[in-house]
Write a protein that binds this ligand. Structure first.
Ligand code: ARG
Length: 260
């Protein structure tokens, strides 16, 4: 009885909070009965504009390799997965408040590790360069002094920032960088290999995709970003990834979303 009243009050408070525009965040719902995770719901942040890892499907819902993977992980660890689509650049700072974890083709970097922990890596990637069809850009030397389009807050941006004389334009959505390439506002776009291939195919008459090996880009490792110090959640998620690799689910998702 008492419990019922308390939850009614909490529901009322949360309703007021969301009406007030504060948002019903994962952290706020922690007050109810432990963490959002303990309640059986994992609030997962993503940026659904990064195919084939995440995009908005025909039904208006987030879909893609990462989304399918985190849902499969949710099933393994007995939690409902709720996806929150947001800007890539706000994912890391939202962990522990708006979201519990993030899956977004996110590369493990030392800088991010200051704020969040990462699961074991689930995919190896590398940056590629999208260039206008027939362009002579072919090596690291050729990238100097160019106008370079990137997605804001990504490793593509960090690489572009280091290129001598580069004038870097950062976009919230990767596709907007590609659109500006097609409109001649930038000379090339630096972006992860698989999305580069998707955009390359989408605009096949306008662009070419040059592999990262031509520019000596380092390999990158995607992982799920987790709240710092939550080893319990990290262990569960890592065990689930291992199981999904062992039982063939991981490979079938790669086939379905990445190699199709
Ligand atoms: N791998 C790159 C990074 O971690 C780009 C990821 C962008 N992901 C996205 N869903 N927009 O910075």
């Amino acid at each position: 009885m008492k419990k019922k009243i308390i939850s009614a009050v909490l529901v009322a408070m949360l309703t007021v909070a969301s009406l007030a525009g504060c948002g019903n965040t994962a952290a706020e719902s922690t007050t109810a009965e432990g963490t959002a995770s303990a309640q059986g719901t994992l609030v997962v942040g993503t940026n659904a504009a990064f195919p084939p890892f995440e995009y908005v499907g025909d039904d208006g819902q987030p879909d893609g390799f990462d989304i399918a993977l985190i849902k499969a992980i949710g099933e393994k660890i007995g939690m409902d997965v709720q996806i929150q689509d947001m800007e890539f650049d706000s994912l890391v700072s939202s962990i522990g408040s708006k979201i519990d974890v993030a899956i977004a083709g996110m590369t493990v970097t030392e800088e991010r590790q200051k704020t969040v922990d990462f699961s074991e890596s689930y995919y190896e990637a590398v940056q590629s360069v999208i260039v206008p069809k027939g362009s002579s850009i072919a090596s690291a030397e050729d990238l100097k002094n160019l106008k370079i389009g990137v997605q804001l807050g990504t490793t593509g941006e960090f690489i572009a920032d280091e290129i001598e004389g580069a004038e870097v334009s950062a976009y919230n959505k990767a596709v907007d960088a590609v659109n500006d390439l097609n409109n001649n506002r930038v000379d090339c776009v630096i972006i992860d290999k698989n999305p580069a291939e998707v955009f390359g195919a989408q605009f096949a008459d306008k662009v070419d995709v040059i592999p990262g090996t031509s520019f000596d880009f380092e390999p990158e490792f995607y992982a799920i970003a987790l709240p710092k110090g939550n080893t319990d959640l990290a262990n569960k998620i890592n065990a689930a990834i291992q199981e999904l690799k062992a039982d063939g689910t991981y490979d079938s998702l790669v086939k379905q979303y990445i190699e199709e």
